[in-house]
Design a protein around this ligand. Sequence first.
Ligand SMILES: NC(=O)c1ccc[n+]([C@@H]2O[C@H](COP(=O)([O-])OP(=O)(O)OC[C@H]3O[C@@H](n4cnc5c(N)ncnc54)[C@H](OP(=O)(O)O)[C@@H]3O)[C@@H](O)[C@H]2O)c1
Length: 249
Amino acid sequence: MQRFIDKVVVITGGSSGIGLAAARQFAAEGAHVYIAGRRTAELDEAVAAIGDRATAVQADVARIDDLQRLYRTVQAAHGRVDVVFANAGLVVNGMLEDLTDEQYQRQFDVNVKGVLFTVQLALPLMGPGGTVVLNGSIAGIKAFPASSLYSASKAAVRSFARSWTLDLKGRGIRVNVVSPGPTETNVLQASGYTAEQVSQAKDHLAQAIPLGRMAQADEVARGVLFLASEDSSFMAGGELFIDGGIAQV
Ligand SMILES: NC(=O)c1ccc[n+]([C@@H]2O[C@H](COP(=O)([O-])OP(=O)(O)OC[C@H]3O[C@@H](n4cnc5c(N)ncnc54)[C@H](OP(=O)(O)O)[C@@H]3O)[C@@H](O)[C@H]2O)c1
């Protein structure tokens, strides 16, 4: 399939995991892909893996000036954005009684504020036919111990898609959410878990998933491309769960 020939796609958190898998698939289908992340070495590695249809821009989604610079770079080269995948996110864990102001800020600055301004600042470059995909999570509709900040952040992301569908009514821009279940990526390590904690969490999650395993990032990315493409032309404000059934049964 070549659904994205010469489309301009911006992916935050495109240097790893689900974002990188999506970047590879978009590029393979003909898109120019801009990937953003904080660490330049990982971005450079990702560009090498994706190929010459990828451009990296170092940016922290929690910083509005970084996002402005990202879109200035895209505008200078292409003058427009066709697809935004607001994907960058992290997990901050803690039981209610232990949560701190710093943890709250860190979780919501990246997962909520970052998504808000990633999309808002793209709008001047987007026209009719543009699509926005937000990365939610099954955590947006489910509870896990010590995960209230993360779950609340993802519930906010899911809510954004509903409200923005109305705010963008008439502009021909569709917004939808992909909500993965547990997926084999670096998200837990990146969020400060020890190797033992990651291994325990993976075992526990795999047992709880009806399909008996975690997702591969490519399986989630295929859903992202569906939501970003004309294949989902009558979806708006919706949510696509790719979760092996864990949040469905
Ligand atoms: N893996 C799962 O089980 C799972 C399940 C449901 C939802 N999700 C969601 O999927 C999304 C991607 O996570 P992943 O699992 O693919 O994790 P990952 O492999 O850790 O990738 C996260 C990406 O986000 C980037 N990132 C993190 N903070 C950022 C910031 N402040 N500014 C810019 N980029 C930032 C990271 O690069 P830098 O660190 O270099 O910035 C990296 O490229 C997240 O929103 C996560 O909540 C994951």
